[in-house]
Design a protein around this ligand. Structure first.
Ligand code: AMP
Length: 212
């Protein structure tokens, strides 16, 4: 199965992608995680990406397309869930072409709907476990007692100013993708509000349709 998880920053894409990957035996491909690893390793891609990421801007399409193309070639073009990619129409066109060359079309786009007023609150209270990559929300999905405060990372792009820029980038460049997806791929709308389990159950229900 080849899936895309789509939605605004803070919609829960990362959390739900991890669960979906685990339950359906898919590789979780997060371009955000790949780029953060590149920044940590101070690779050429990381050096190019860092300033954009800190500011909450999108990283240039050619940089992101390249790392996705390399990853898909490495894993064999199947059994994956893309999280945070594509984020522009150019990226989507690149992906659709790369996959059609391999006769491996996307089966579905799962779109997580979360109203804007919830997003800032979700992002500003989000924390990531540096050791396991697990994503928590300090109020709604708090870390277990054995995960110490020092292990919890507050992403620098989850500060208010970067959040604002990320939302602007989303509206200007990513939201228009919805029309592209609806025209080319099976598009599943899922309500992203509620507990992790509720949202997960809705995604599983949506994926139960024919042809998946
Ligand atoms: P995420 O972890 O998905 O929220 O991504 C964090 C940051 O990485 C974004 O704000 C962008 O700066 C960058 N990024 C991740 N995926 C993409 C993408 N597909 N296109 C451009 N920039 C991206």
């Amino acid at each position: 199965m080849r899936l895309i998880l789509f939605g605004p920053p803070g919609a829960g894409k990362g959390t739900q992608a991890k669960l979906l990957a685990k339950h359906h035996g898919l590789r979780h491909l997060s371009t955000g995680d790949m780029l953060r690893a590149a920044v940590r390793n101070e690779s050429p891609v990381g050096k190019e990406a860092k300033g954009h990421m800190d500011a909450g801007e999108l990283v240039p399409d050619d940089v992101v397309n390249r790392i996705v193309a390399e990853t898909l070639a490495e894993i064999g073009y199947d059994d994956f869930i893309l999280d945070g990619y594509p984020r522009t129409v150019d990226q989507a066109e690149f992906l659709v072409e790369a996959l059609s060359d391999q006769d491996a079309p996307i089966n579905a786009v799962v779109s997580l709907r979360v109203p804007e007023e919830h997003i800032v609150q979700r992002l500003s209270r989000r924390r990531t476990d540096r050791e396991t990559g697990a994503i928590y929300h300090l109020d709604f999905n708090p870390p277990p007692a054995d995960v110490t405060a020092e292990r919890l990372l507050h992403r620098s792009d989850d500060e208010p100013e970067a959040i604002r820029t990320r939302l602007e980038e989303y509206h200007a460049k990513t939201q228009p993708l919805e029309a592209f997806f609806r025209a080319h791929v099976r598009f599943l709308d899922v309500d992203g509000l509620g507990s992790l389990d509720e949202v997960q159950a809705r995604i599983d229900e949506a994926l139960r349709g024919p042809g998946l």
